[in-house]
Ligand binder design. Structure first.
Ligand SMILES: [Zn+2]
Length: 54
């Protein structure tokens, strides 16, 4: 199995994403974000600039 970043599409091998990745449950579905996207995501969340994502 592999895990794909829900944001940029980056894929890693394995059943679970690396610890540096962020996992979130949205509408009952698991979403994973890679290290880089997690940072972008967190910044956006903190700034509340991209409410369409949430
Ligand atoms: Zn990504």
């Amino acid at each position: 199995m592999s895990v794909a970043c829900n944001f940029c599409g980056r894929v890693v091998e394995g059943d679970e994403p690396p610890l540096t990745w962020t996992a979130a449950v949205e509408r009952g579905r698991m979403r994973h974000y890679c290290e880089a996207c997690s940072r972008e995501h967190l910044r956006s969340m903190e700034a509340k600039l991209d409410s369409e994502w949430w």
